[in-house]
Structure formats: structure tokens, C-alpha cells
Design a protein around this ligand. Structure first.
Ligand code: KIV
Length: 254
């Protein structure tokens, strides 16, 4: 399937079988997740924290993203590979298109960017060039420093309306899906019911959106130093690594 066909298939999941999306940052993880049937592999700028050891996503550069998108793409997944546009690489429509093209050249099949109305022209520039775009509304991690932390969104009717306006602007500009981050469940459910493209939730409660996305280290329990309250780990990989390494040290060190 071409990138455009995969993006169209994602968009067609609106109201149907829920979308299961996970982040991936490297070749083996991408292969394993793809073999497990994950629909979307997001090379998210969360890699700044859970892979590169930065305090937040504002330290991620385009070079970091290109390196990790290329690694994931080498797994040749059936899943749609989405690459995040890092902060300050989409400040103008022209820059957004240039960045999106570089991510596609590295192997991304779609790109994601954060924000609503103020990003519509940038989304239009990218979709007009035939590159599928995914929006991202609610909590915007690239603005964590201005906002002074990670906060729930959509708590008042005014906040919910602002998210809806942003979503409508993104849809008019051609996005094929929108990530909802940390929007309270009631608002996420209401907005999902009213929008024409799939919403993919993280931190929005279960079954409130058309699908869910999780940071893979939260799912695997491989980044134990910070686990968001909404994470639902399915494994304890940190313990497995520590135990295996301790056994190795004991074997080698006698
Ligand atoms: O970077 C990322 O992992 C993301 C998810 C939180 C959706 O954008």
C-alpha cells in the first residue's frame, strides 16, 4: 500500500474498529510492534524523553527525528509510519512543507504537528503536496514550558469549543486523523462524536476516541523513572533488564 492509501485507510476507520497506535523509535521495536498488528507506528518527539534523556520534547531536533524515522522505516512495517515535526521546524507553511518532505525522504508516510487554527495553513501546505498529516490537540507537549506543566484540557465549555474550532480548521486543511492528548473523557467523547476524522486519544480515558496511542515505553514498563498516571503497562521490561544484567554480572564476575 502507498502512504496515501494507508492514510486513507486510517481515515476510513472513523467510527469503526478502534485504531491501536504505539510510538516506536528503533528498528527491532518497530518490527515487533508491526508483527503484533499495531495499526500506526508514531515516531513521536517523546523520543526526546524516553530515548534521548531530555526533560521534555522541546530539545528534539529534526536530525534526531530523521535518524529515528529512518530506523523505524527500515523495518518496512505494514503499519502507517508517522513522524513528528519537532518544535520550531514548522514556524511557517514553507518551513513546515520542507520539514515534512525531509521526514518523508527519511521514511515517514505521514507527519504529525501540534496545534489547531494557527497551524491550518501549514497543514494545507503539506497536504497540498500529497503528504498525509495528523493533527494533535489538547495538551501540546511542545508548549509545556509556556504552560508550566502537563495539564488536563477541555474542562470548561469554552475550552471544549476552542478544541472543536481547532479540529475543524485542521480537518478543513486536510488532516486524516487527530491525536487528542489529555482531554477530559467527557469532552473527548463529545468531540469524537461530532468530528468527521478519527480521533486517537492518549490520557483521555478508555473508549472515548476512535482509537488510542500509547508511548511504547509506558506499555512495556521500560522507562520506570516517570510513568504517566494514565499509563497501563502490560509488561515490566525494566525488571527483566535489571535481572538479566545482574545475572550476567554474577556469571562474568564469578
Ligand atoms: O511524541 C509522542 O509520543 C506523541 C504522543 C504523546 C501522541 O505525540
Amino acid at each position: 500500500m502507498t502512504a496515501q492509501q494507508k492514510a486513507a485507510a486510517l481515515r476510513a476507520r472513523k467510527g469503526g474498529r478502534p485504531i491501536a497506535a504505539l510510538t516506536a523509535y528503533d528498528y527491532p521495536t518497530a518490527r515487533l510492534l508491526d508483527e503484533a498488528g499495531v495499526d500506526v507506528l508514531l515516531v513521536g518527539d517523546s523520543l526526546g524523553m524516553v530515548v534521548l534523556g531530555f526533560p521534555d520534547t522541546t530539545h528534539v531536533t529534526l536530525d534526531h527525528m530523521l535518524h529515528h524515522v529512518a530506523a523505524v522505516a527500515r523495518a518496512k512495517p505494514s503499519a502507517l509510519v508517522i513522524g513528528d515535526l519537532p518544535i520550531h521546524t514548522y514556524d511557517t507553511p514553507q518551513q513546515a512543507l520542507e520539514t515534512a518532505r525531509r521526514l518523508v525522504a527519511a521514511g515517514a508516510e505521514a507527519v504529525k504537528l501540534e496545534g489547531g487554527i494557527r497551524q491550518a495553513e501549514k497543514v494545507r501546505a503539506i497536504t497540498s503536496a500529497g503528504i498525509p498529516v495528523i493533527g494533535h490537540l489538547g495538551m501540546l507537549p511542545q508548549r509545556v514550558q509556556e504552560e508550566g506543566g502537563y495539564r488536563k484540557k477541555g474542562k470548561t465549555p469554552e475550552q471544549a469549543d476552542a478544541i472543536r474550532e481547532g479540529a475543524l480548521a485542521l480537518i478543513a486543511a486536510g488532516v486524516c486523523a487527530i491525536v487528542f492528548e489529555s482531554i477530559i473523557p467527557e469532552t473527548a467523547r463529545l468531540l469524537t462524536a461530532s468530528l468527521s476524522v478519527p480521533t486517537i486519544g492518549i490520557g483521555c480515558g478508555e473508549h472515548t476516541c476512535d482509537g488510542e496511542v500509547a508511548v511504547v515505553t509506558d506499555l512495556l514498563g521500560s522507562y520506570p523513572w516517570f510513568v504517566p498516571p494514565f499509563a497501563k503497562p502490560e509488561a515490566d521490561v525494566a525488571a527483566i533488564i535489571r535481572e538479566a544484567a545482574a545475572r550476567y554480572v554474577a556469571r562474568v564476575g564469578g
